[in-house]
Design a binder for this molecule. Structure first.
Ligand SMILES: [Zn+2]
Length: 370
């Protein structure tokens, strides 16, 4: 298990390097146990990997959905090189150790051990290692497009790092770019131009007054919004003709993304009614829906009883889960590793946690597929 985890970290699956090398590591590993596994690759180095441990198909199957990609090492300084997979004091350090190569290694080994034990599975285990979760979820979208023949499932498990909490909800995310257009002029005569920064100020004033029409969610709390980037103007003596801001909105399950866009367009119309020179547009840079599984459904209840908890929780990060909606199966996020280590320097995972995860996943497989 440790060797596999190290190889996965060393595969360096950043957006620049792609996922193919990690897909090859996983495929070779499943191959050792004679488990059917195929790599779907595209572009120079992008890849999904899909494995299936076959059964007598008397029961619905279990689907494990992982992501192969990692974010880059970032600006911060690392004590341990980010892709060396250094082992120190019972931990393995490296980008992706927690998010989520620890979870991947645990699932792969749990499936191998199950198959090698020779027991008769009554439902298939399907493993998906998907590309691009950290950027545009291209891998899971491809998997869904090609999975129309997928059988009925007992449930879906996403082995992201939850530190062994059973997670049934996360907020959605919408990244918006707002652009105001103006008219350039020499700034010694600003009345001849239209200042795009002034237009943006009018919009941001309006945005400050905006309230989301949504009630607090029991697990997820509130919807949030933060204006995180701004740029406008090129030089000191020219009235700026363009200004942009980037806004990160975290949404709740009942919230309609399109309704938020309509509200913003109404703000534009209101400002324009006061100032005919106002010109703005909004575009979506990235959108992920919220995720919510009924914590009282049989799958979640059974899952909780196997891992020894009665409580389900929410997490702050988003996952590929919302894209799995077409499979119409309950989804649980559950895995080793501390979520607060993700995307930070000196990310690590405790080896004992990965071993514990192998045991949990084996028990989960037994519960649902025997
Ligand atoms: Zn992740």
């Amino acid at each position: 298990m440790k060797g596999l985890l190290k190889e996965l970290i060393q595969a360096e699956t950043t957006v620049e390097k792609g996922e193919l090398s990690a897909a090859e590591v996983i495929s070779a590993q499943f191959g050792k146990s004679g488990i059917d596994c195929r790599i779907e690759s595209w572009g120079q180095n992008r890849a999904n990997v899909i494995a299936r441990a076959e059964s007598s198909v008397e029961r619905p199957g279990l689907l494990f959905v992982c992501h192969l990609d990692v974010v880059g090492p970032g600006e911060g300084e690392w004590k341990y090189p980010p892709f060396a997979a250094s082992e120190q004091n019972g931990r393995i350090y490296g980008r992706g150790a927690a998010d989520m190569k620890g979870g991947i290694a645990a699932v792969v080994v749990a499936i191998q051990q199950t198959v090698e034990s020779g027991i008769n599975l009554h439902g298939d285990i399907i493993f998906v290692g998907a590309a691009g979760e950290e950027t545009d979820s291209c891998g899971v979208k491809r998997f869904i497009e090609s999975s129309n023949s997928l059988e009925k499932l007992a449930g879906i498990i996403i082995p992201e790092p939850t530190d062994f909490d059973v997670v049934t909800a996360h907020r959605g995310m919408m990244w918006l770019k707002i652009t105001t257009k103006g008219k350039a002029a020499h700034s010694s005569a600003p009345q001849l131009g239209v200042n795009a920064i002034s237009s943006m100020r009018a919009f941001l004033d309006e945005l400050d007054k905006y309230e989301f029409k949504i009630q607090l969610h029991k697990l997820l709390g509130n919807c949030s919004m933060s204006v995180n980037t701004i740029s406008g103007g090129k030089t000191m003596n020219v009235v700026p003709d363009e200004c942009t801001v980037g806004i990160d909105i975290r949404t709740l399950p009942e919230q309609d993304h399109q309704a938020i866009i309509s509200d913003i367009e109404q703000m534009f119309a209101l400002i324009k009614s006061r100032n005919p020179d106002f010109d703005a547009k909004v575009s979506i840079l990235r959108a992920v829906e919220a995720m919510e599984t009924d914590p009282n459904c049989t799958f979640v209840q059974d899952f909780c009883s196997v891992v020894g908890t009665s409580e389900t929780k929410a997490v702050g990060f988003t996952t590929d889960a919302p894209h799995l909606g077409p499979l119409d199966s309950p989804i649980v996020i559950f895995g080793p590793g501390k979520p607060e280590l993700c995307h930070k320097p000196d990310e690590y995972i405790d080896i004992s946690d990965v071993e514990k995860a192998v045991e949990h996943y084996r028990k989960i497989i037994f519960k649902f597929l025997l």
